[in-house]
Design a protein around this ligand. Structure first.
Ligand SMILES: [Zn+2]
Ligand SMILES: [Zn+2]
Length: 278
């Protein structure tokens, strides 16, 4: 498993690599622009070359991009749906340019139109953004905590989206430990981890799992609260993380920690996860 943090980008994307190196990362994740604004910050040819060189010197690999928060692939509104597809396509194009593995995205909310509507809409968005962004960069759909009308809190829903989309090769999956726990998969026990992974394999396929978000959870199992906690300090607990980092099915995956790491006194989540590896 390769560990890293979600890092910030200020201007030139090479700043993400610099922060990743400072924090001792093997892998990093960053936003394609401001997460609260439509539009992807463009990258020049010079910046692309600089990024490639810094990435190769650092050994940081893979790099992943996290889509902006405004994206809603299940949006009933045609306007929001189109903007979401355009945003994902431009993020995928940026990922392609920067040699990133792909773009991780939350799938969104059906806003009362119902689950079937939402799943169909997401499958359509998958097609549309992959069509608009030729290359190898993957689109990785991320599990959600399942609050309100949000979609993506069960592996069965993802299985349905994968099937409806015709399982394109560039479609993958990102498992967030906090989100699946909040959604109701009790991964605080070894048996719970195994049964969650079995269910994921049945509906989506473990071969589609390409990235992990490693966060402990402030909320209880099934609370539908998306509140990240430092590793070992939440309801999932350290024993379960020790089991997961050594789990055969998860070896080789990038594991991104989405918690503050730069503040003075921040716990060393990265060092802790590494120390759990047998
Ligand atoms: Zn996440
Ligand atoms: Zn989250």
């Amino acid at each position: 498993m390769r560990f890293g943090y979600h890092v910030s980008v200020s201007g030139n994307p090479v700043s993400a690599i610099v922060e990743g190196v400072d924090a001792g990362c093997d892998t990093i994740q960053f936003f394609p622009g401001s997460p609260q604004q439509w539009g992807t910050t463009p990258v020049s040819e010079e910046e692309t070359a600089e990024f490639a060189e810094a990435k190769s010197n650092s050994g940081i690999d893979p790099v992943v991009i996290h889509s902006i928060y405004l994206v809603n692939m299940a949006a009933p509104s045609d306007g929001i749906f189109k903007r979401s597809v355009a945003s994902l396509a431009s993020s995928l194009a940026k990922a392609e340019k920067l040699g990133a593995l792909g773009v991780i995205t939350h799938v969104g909310n059906h806003k009362g139109e119902g689950e079937d509507f939402g799943l169909r809409r997401i499958a359509d968005a998958v097609h549309a953004c992959l069509d608009k962004s030729p290359g190898d960069a993957m689109l990785l759909l991320e599990t959600t905590a399942g609050a309100g009308t949000s979609i993506g809190n069960s592996f069965e829903q993802f299985g349905a989206v994968f099937d409806m989309a015709g399982r394109p090769e560039r479609l993958g999956f990102c498992l967030d430990t906090c989100h699946v726990f909040a959604a109701g998969y009790d991964i605080s026990t070894t048996g719970g981890v195994d049964s969650a992974l079995e269910e994921l394999d049945r509906f989506v396929g473990l071969d589609r799992l390409r990235a992990l978000h490693m966060n402990d959870s402030q909320g209880e199992c099934g609370s539908h609260r998306d509140r990240h906690e430092h590793i070992g300090r939440g309801m999932i607990g350290l024993d379960s993380f020790a089991y997961m980092v050594n789990h055969e099915a998860l070896q080789g995956l990038p594991a991104i920690i989405e918690l503050p790491h730069e503040d003075i006194g921040s716990p060393d989540d990265l060092g802790l996860l590494r120390s759990l590896q047998a």
